[in-house]
Write a protein that binds this ligand. Sequence first.
Ligand code: PLP
Length: 459
Amino acid sequence: MLTTVDAYHVKSSGLTNSPSVAYTAVTHPIPEPAPSVRTRETFALAEEYILPVYARPPIVLEHGKGSWVWDCDGRKYLDFTSGIAVNALGHADEGVSEVLRSQSSKLLHTSNVYYNEPSVVLASLLVSLTQREGGLGYPAGSQHSTSIPGAKVFFSNSGTEANEGALKVARKVGKDRGGASKTEIVCFQQSFHGRSFGALSVTSNRKYQDPFQPLVPGVRVGELNEFEGLEDLITENTCAVIVEPIQGEGGVNLADVQWMRKLLRRARDTGAVVIFDEIQCGLYRTGNLWAHSTWPVECHPDIVTMAKPLANGYPIGAVLMRDAVAETMTAGTHGTTFGGSPLACSIGFHVLNRLSQREFTSHLMRTSASLLNRLEKLSDWFPELVGPVRGRGLIVGLVLLREGDPQRLVDLARERGVLLLTAGKDCVRLVPSLNVKEEEVSHALDVIESCLVLMACDH
Ligand SMILES: Cc1ncc(COP(=O)(O)O)c(C=O)c1O
């Protein structure tokens, strides 16, 4: 491996098949103190008044457009975080803004004391798309009819709340099926399901859990894709199994479909309800409606939870479940003040309609192919730094082999105008907006390659 930036320059000149060195120099320096009064005041107010639970870089984002954001000091960044896999249509989307404007000037909130039209329209779109594209036990190409089983939706305000709702449904089904002892929940290492007590109890990360013990009792933790021991993990006392088909925060780890088949079979045998948390990987991030849409129906769950991109950043979450489990829930068994508001649901309907257009998903798959194609070259160029590429569609993880390097790459890329995320212990996560352009993917990769050149030279 070459060891100096100059050597990479020499190698690059005249060769297309070598990493970019166009962005080895810092383009987005962060002087101290910050140049603008606004930035300095924001830092001061945050320090005085905001609970310090986030470790953030010293920039204040001010506005955005598409895949780009600008900070208060005028620096422009290519956003490959999309608000942690949220802004599927990018920032300041005109269609989303128009729905927000028109619905908020008509009817913003009603509570669930009354019906509202946008919530039923969005729920029916979620079910009909799931039938058309496959998921939740429907083979792709199913059509709504009275001869196939139905599905129901509960709207929440976040992913965490969607998971809480799903766990409650599963608990109630468990008690109906197996009495007072059928209350245990199975989850998996490196999963992330949220920060409230129920969701945290199934988020098997000691850093998040330990300060808040005791958590919900009766949680067993298995290992993703481990075939051995599923019989002992999932028992007659299990009411719920919660799993991400692609772990997001845990490092973009893909569940194996054969493992899922075995897990589902064991869950069916014991009467456990299976919940797929598709909060990060669902709603077209993989190019399909659900990450599990392409799997055979015997690998489909009873419940799917979703949130992040559904209203492009306006808070919303939802629990989608088969009628067979939904029927346990009756008036008063669960509820929310804000969930299912006319505003959140009309935005959700607009967003979902656009994401589900064939041209939209074909574009997504083309940009995904370019992204994966560029990323896959990196381990040849940087064998001591870069491991495999994980992911599908536009949820992609680049494994870095040296401890500390994921954060180093994120920091170097930010100093060169590209925003990235880490995931798990060893991974840099790329979750751009789903309408990211080819040239934006190419720019992000030029920056990432230049940063890796620098990191290789550090070595
Ligand atoms: C897979 C998964 N589940 C649940 C959550 C929690 O969602 P929220 O932060 O909207 O409560 C997240 C958030 O990152 C997630 O990625």
